[in-house]
Design a protein around this ligand. Structure first.
Ligand code: SAM
Length: 290
């Protein structure tokens, strides 16, 4: 595209100065929250503004105010803007090396603890927050089956996958993936836990699918949950302001049972009061203990 007159997507300077108006930007975040219930008000501005550029360009809006006017006339644009603002990149066994620690240390520790419970059958409650299209909780279900084998029947395992993006959750519930999405999965695991369907896509087996329940929930303004042995919250908090991160880390702390474990993304670490509450178990892999 050498010599092209097309604007670079990140080149905000070429747009009218008004596009950078903080007031109109805040108003826009407010409108999105009121219309959709999705609260991006405390996500990092830089990420949100960068992603907004695409919608501004596609709707021929030169300023945030013009985009607000467009939204007022085209209610269906709210779906597009929410899909643009949620960043739903994910993959099976993302950060493959880190899954080694999860398989060899973290899950065995959780399994051993479940067996110490004095009353009732052993149980394990797991929450995969920001699960996108399901690859992360399904990777976890596969790993648990690999570790436990037939013993899995003796433990009551519940895995919840939550996300704010209904379109991603629909894909997760379907559990059907293109071959390209299975890049991180060992061939023998594909053989064991997936079935190729007539259109050449891969369906997770019923035994894996039934281990995970998907729900729409926002970690920002959704209900507080509790009683989890293990929480996975990877590659979400990185998009939040520090203030919001502090609030959410405390929420995660309260959602874990004493001794429960938290697994974060590679660039994430508890901040604020939570930094002192969590004990770091594996720094490189970002595994923390309540
Ligand atoms: C980059 S993906 C991370 C997916 C997965 N955890 C991983 O690491 O591969 C971020 C996900 O966070 C979800 N998300 C954004 N805001 C959220 C919120 N407030 N509560 C729950 N999920 C949220 C998005 O819809 C998106 O699916």
């Amino acid at each position: 595209m050498c010599g092209s007159s097309r604007k670079k997507s990140s080149d905000l300077q070429d747009l009218s100065p008004d596009v950078q108006s903080e007031e109109a930007f805040s108003l826009l975040m407010e409108k999105i929250y009121k219309a959709t219930g999705q609260d991006f008000r405390q996500y990092k501005d830089t990420t949100i503004k960068h992603r907004l550029e695409t919608r501004l360009r596609l709707t021929n809006s030169k300023t945030y105010q013009e985009y607000i006017n467009y939204l007022d006339k085209h209610q269906e644009e709210y779906n597009s803007i929410v899909s643009t603002l949620v960043i739903n990149v994910t993959q099976f066994f993302r950060d493959k090396n880190d899954w080694q620690i999860i398989k060899e240390k973290v899950l065995p520790q959780i399994i051993a603890k479940s067996k110490e419970k004095k009353r009732g059958a052993p149980s394990i409650n797991i929450w995969s927050i920001a699960c996108a299209s399901g690859e992360e909780p399904y990777s976890l279900a596969i790993t648990l089956r690999e570790i436990l084998g037939k013993e899995i029947k003796k433990i009551n395992i519940r895995i919840y996958g939550t996300d704010i993006d209904e379109a991603s959750l629909a894909k997760a519930r379907e559990g059907v993936y293109d071959k390209s999405k299975l890049e991180g999965v060992e061939p023998e695991l594909i053989e064991k836990y997936f079935r190729k369907n007539s259109s050449g896509k891969y369906q997770v087996n019923a035994e894996i699918k039934e281990m995970v329940k998907f729900l729409r929930h926002s970690i920002v303004n959704g209900d507080n949950f509790a009683g989890f042995d293990f929480i996975i919250c990877r590659n979400l908090l990185i998009y939040f302001t520090r203030q919001l991160q502090e609030k959410v880390y405390l929420k995660l702390y309260n959602a874990l049972i004493p001794g429960g474990l938290l697994w974060l993304g590679r660039a994430e670490t508890p901040v604020g009061k939570a930094a002192k509450l969590f004990h770091c178990l594996y720094y490189k892999e970002r595994v923390y203990q309540r």
